[in-house]
Design a protein around this ligand. Sequence first.
Ligand SMILES: [Zn+2]
Ligand SMILES: [Zn+2]
Ligand SMILES: [Zn+2]
Length: 303
Amino acid sequence: MRTSERKRTDTTMTETTGDHTDRGAPGASSGAVWLRRALLDIASALRPDRGPVVAREWSDAVRLLDPEPVGFRSVFLIGVGWDGRPSPSKFGETLTAFTESGWEVRRNETEDRGGESWGTARREEFEVRVYEAGRSGLVTLTGWTPVTYPERRLGQPPFTRSTADGVLCDDCHGWGVCLTCEGRPYERRYQRCWCIANNAGPGRCVECAGRGLRHPAIVPWWRPRHVLHEAEGAMPPPVAEAGHESTLSALVDVAQRTCACGEFRCSWRNVLDAEGDRPLSRFVGACQGCDAERAHTFVLPPL
Ligand SMILES: [Zn+2]
Ligand SMILES: [Zn+2]
Ligand SMILES: [Zn+2]
C-alpha cells in the first residue's frame, strides 16, 4: 500500500463534505445498480416495442501516484435503436424523459453535423451523455457514477478516462494537480513541493497546465504504437463489414473492439449512409487512450 508520507496526506485532496449517500437517491455502494436501472427504465419507455441494450459496462480506475487504483467509477453504454432505415429523431423525447425522472438536462447546441445531437443529464453526482446518431435512429446513453473509494476519502476527480472530452493527462491522471503534493504545496510546513517553481502555478500539474487533459498532437511520442500508421499515411476508409441486422447490434460489436493501443473506450458517433441500395451504418470516434481516429462501417440488410 502507501508510504507513511502518502497516509499523512490522505485527506488533503478531498473537499468531501459528507459521504455520497443520498438524499432520496442511491448511496455510493448501490450507485451502479441504481444508475443501470434508471437508464434502462428511461430507455425502455422510449422504445417499449424493442428493448434497450446494454452494449457494454465497465469501470474507470482512479489513481494517484501509485499504479494501483484508489477508486473506481462504473460506466454504462446503453443503446436504443431501430432497424437499418432512416428514423425520426427521438432526441427531444429522450431529454424530456430524463427531465421527467428528475434529471437536470442540458442540450448541447452545436452545429448540425449530419443530424446528430448531444446533451447531458445530471442528477446529484450521476451524469449521462445523451447522443443521437445521424438518421439511423440510434440513441446512446453513456452514464457514470461518482467515483467511490474503498479505503480513503477523496474528492471527485474532474475526469476519468471515459468522461474526459479528450485524452486524459497521464501525469496527473485527470486530476489537474501535481500528485506529489496533491495540489496544496503550501499546506505542509517543512515541505515544499518542487512544483512551486514551475510556471504552471502552485499545485497545478505542469504537463497539462491544470486541465487534466493532454493534446496528443503536442506530445507525439506519447502514442508510439501509432507511429507505424502515420508513416504509412492516413488510415484507409474501413471496409464495410456484413453480419449485423441493425445499427444497434453493430454498436454492441463495436463497443467490444479495441484500438491498436489496447484501449476500448471511445465516444462513438454514428450515421446512416447508403451505397446504392445498401444501407451503411458508419461509426467513427477518437480513441480515449491515444486520440487515434477509429472507424467501422457495417452493411445492413437492404430496405
Ligand atoms: Zn496533468
Ligand atoms: Zn506539487
Ligand atoms: Zn488508442
